[in-house]
Design a protein around this ligand. Structure first.
Ligand code: FA5
Ligand code: MG
Length: 387
């Protein structure tokens, strides 16, 4: 018995990612330049977006269908590129400046100083352009240190789209190349939204990305709030130039697949995508977009507040990382509920942690245990004095 469970553990710590064999020791290392926790490692290689019966797979296939029909199968599709990429691919190749926050250990999972878990599918743009692809979609799992709530998870899925135009395309339009691409981009994504949702309340918001100009985000009204579902824009000319396409213009987008699927299937919490509970998985069918998720009874939440004086190195992402490390998917939300600075200039934060299982009732005992663990680790790892 003991032996067989050991074998299983060994097998699952050796993964094949996009044709590359990777062991746990390659990803999770006890080194200061590595910040990948065990919990993140367990998500590598699951590839929810490649499962035809999973809401993310159903959504991916529906988006494929939209592009295949409207663009005559011109879009090349990639959904198995390795999520372990170089900092060059993830950042430099898409012109992310050397001092940009997204490069920090606070935001990105580093395997070593030159290797990261991709934080967006844009990491593959430049390489595919260099290889000569002009219209393509890249779907994959992406990784970010981030906040904890119903629409944020440290592993999620994106689909990148890139379309390159030639002078012939915009010359007859009377528009300049950039305007032409921006118009085409918005028309494409509005068409996609209609294909997926029919009528839905949405709005465009001007945005900023280092790799596009102009840049936009699309928001959809969901659960009484505006939810950001994608970022996009006209590709910076420098990226095209480096890809040997100086005379072209292009657009690019990055869709948040969980966010779109939450709207599409009425899924109220992003943790559900990882659920293996039959009450979740059995509700979805390959090829069916019209399904609305029926929540199984919601178990009661439990709130725990925690107050402390912050220090210079405090970040909310670090706190969230500790909470996830202790409570995993039992952590529903980590929310700053009070924030003040006293006369001496010391700043106090009060965080409310919501614990709730999607699958069962939690006992007071186990929640107290989790909370004591969180308090312990916050003090020892973040050098913080609790109040
Ligand atoms: C990007 O990642 C850009 N690479 C998108 C892009 C591509 C812009 C090409 C221009 C051209 P952003 O960080 O906003 O942008 O993320 C894109 C989408 O991912 C968001 O709109 C959101 O839908 C989703 N997303 C971001 N963080 C999370 C998270 N923690 N959990 C779930 N979904 C997330
Ligand atoms: Mg954004």
């Amino acid at each position: 018995r003991y032996k067989s469970s050991q074998t299983i553990a060994a097998a699952s710590s050796l993964l094949e990612l996009g044709g590359v064999k990777i062991s746990k020791e390659d990803v999770v290392k006890d080194e200061p330049t590595n910040n990948v926790p065990d919990l993140i490692f367990t998500k590598l290689g699951l590839q929810l977006h490649r499962r035809d019966h999973h809401p993310l797979g159903i959504l991916k296939n529906a988006i494929y269908e939209y592009f295949d029909t409207n663009y005559n199968n011109q879009f090349h599709k990639f959904d198995d590129l390795c999520p372990i990429v170089t900092t060059k691919e993830n950042f430099d190749d898409v012109l992310v400046p050397s001092d940009h926050v997204s490069r920090s250990y606070n935001d990105t999972y580093y395997i070593d100083t030159e290797t990261v878990l991709r934080c967006h599918t844009s990491a593959h743009q430049a390489d595919l352009l260099r290889k000569g692809y002009a219209n393509f979609l890249v779907t994959g799992d992406v990784y970010r240190r981030d906040s904890i709530d119903s629409t944020h998870y440290p592993v999620f899925h994106q689909m990148e789209g890139v379309r390159v135009f030639s002078p012939n395309d915009w010359n007859d339009s009377g528009m300049d190349a950039t305007l032409y691409a921006a118009h085409d981009l918005k028309a494409c994504l509005e068409g996609l939204a209609r294909h997926l949702f029919g009528a839905v309340e949405m709005r465009w918001v001007d945005s900023y990305f280092p790799f596009t100009n102009p840049s936009f985000e699309l928001e959809i009204y969901f659960q009484e709030k505006w939810l950001e579902v994608l970022g996009c824009g006209v590709m910076e000319q420098e990226i095209l130039k480096r890809g040997g396409k100086s005379d072209n213009v292009a657009w690019a987008f990055g869709l948040g697949l969980e966010r779109l699927a939450m709207v599409l299937f009425d899924i109220p919490d992003i943790r559900l995508f990882w659920s293996t509970d039959k009450r979740f998985t059995s509700q979805f069918t390959k090829g069916q977009l019209g399904i609305k998720f029926k929540p199984f009874s919601k178990y009661p939440p439990c709130y725990k507040d925690m107050s402390f004086w912050i220090n210079d190195s405090f970040t909310e992402n670090n706190l969230c990382e500790i909470v996830r490390g202790v409570a995993g998917d039992l952590a529903e939300e980590v929310q700053l509920i009070d924030n003040f600075t006293n006369k001496k200039g010391m700043t106090s934060h009060c965080y409310r942690i919501t614990y709730r299982s999607m699958e069962r009732s939690l006992t007071d005992e186990e929640i107290n245990e989790l909370q004591w663990n969180v308090r312990d680790q916050v003090q020892s790892q973040m050098n913080i004095v609790l109040r």
